[in-house]
Design a protein. Structure first.
Length: 246
């Protein structure tokens, strides 16, 4: 797909609700591809199916989506450009709040949702420059670049790990503050090194070792491990790179 710039063009101020629909369709389509059903959009946004149908009809008239009743919606080129612009703003704002303001990674999503609709493209690009043009936010989510490209990243789910395999966490697919706080308490966050010891019978619980960074005077020796367990459902939200058996 040809990359389309997500900034630099004159800004057409969309309503926050239209922006939320664009982002939702883009996020859902990146997981499965193709048209996104109205029911999926309704569940993600917490609205009724008739509300989704009405909004998609308006967005179709604006040239932001291709929509046919009972077949779902796909973003047009313009719709995708606007969605990426918002996602870029959102993930840069989250990065700034965590790295510069001391917010926890479980605290920033709602704040970024509010701000992404009001900051300008000029502010966004100055923020990106201030942060050193990051490719990923602290959750490991790729930040759309100004030229419309998306950085590539490891995407193997932790849930697919085999006993004895090691794994480096890159990304957590959740914005739920309770999920993020829980994973952080276990040390399951980008950069963490894990090893699957075994699965409980039935495979619904993963028993893992996490390498403790450790340092002189720190809480652990370099290479020490901490044992933890994680449900298959939560492990499916953790993406990264599987390494060789050891």
């Amino acid at each position: 797909m040809t990359n389309e710039p997500v900034s630099g063009a004159p800004e057409a101020r969309l309503s926050s609700s239209v922006g939320d629909y664009l982002k939702t369709i883009w996020l859902l389509s990146t997981n499965g591809g193709g048209a996104v059903a109205t029911g999926e959009i309704a569940r993600e946004l917490g609205v009724t199916a008739p509300s989704v149908t009405g909004m998609l009809g308006k967005m179709h008239a604006q040239g932001l989506v291709q929509y046919q009743p009972y077949k779902g919606a796909e973003l047009t080129g313009e719709g995708r450009r606007e969605a990426l612009r918002l996602v870029r703003r959102h993930r840069l704002l989250e990065t700034f709040m965590i790295t510069e303001l001391g917010f926890g990674w479980d605290e920033v999503h709602a704040e970024a949702e509010l701000m992404e609709h009001v900051v300008s493209d000029d502010f966004t690009e100055r923020l990106a420059a201030h942060l050193g043009q990051p490719l990923f936010d602290p959750h490991g989510d790729p930040i759309p670049q100004a030229d419309g490209s998306l950085p590539k990243a490891p995407h193997t789910p932790l849930a697919h790990l085999q006993p004895g395999e090691r794994f480096v966490v890159h990304r957590v697919l959740s914005q739920d503050s309770e999920v993020l706080a829980y994973l952080e308490s276990l040390g399951v966050e980008p950069g963490a090194e894990l090893r699957l010891r075994q699965r409980e019978p039935g495979g619904n619980l993963l028993l893992l070792d996490r390498t403790v960074p450790g340092s002189a005077g720190g809480p652990g020796e370099p290479g020490a491990t901490r044992q933890l367990s994680l449900s298959r459902e939560l492990a499916g939200m953790v993406l990264g790179q599987a390494l060789s058996h050891q």
